[in-house]
Design a protein. Structure first.
Length: 84
């Protein structure tokens, strides 16, 4: 998570909160994510991290999710601070 950082397996997450899913320039998103209309905030990020394939059906995200709130919440807090 750094300003101007390279995309890797996923898009660089700098500035992700407040951004519409599938819109980071230079990353090849699935049609499902690009067409989802999701705007990232704490609630949408929590749902995504909990169960990506349920939250945006058709995503190619290869990640089972983080089921426990107590594990997701600190990650989201870190992401929010680091991506500002």
């Amino acid at each position: 998570i750094e300003a101007g950082g390279a995309h890797k397996q996923g898009p660089n997450l700098h500035g992700v909160f407040g951004r519409t899913a599938g819109t980071a320039d230079g990353f090849g998103y699935s049609g499902a994510v690009a067409g989802s209309g999701v705007v990232w905030d704490e609630k949408t990020m929590s749902e995504w991290l909990k169960a990506p394939k349920k939250f945006i059906k058709g995503t190619k995200m290869v990640f089972a999710g983080i089921k426990k709130d107590k594990e997701r919440d600190p990650l989201i807090a870190y992401m929010k601070e680091a991506s500002a």
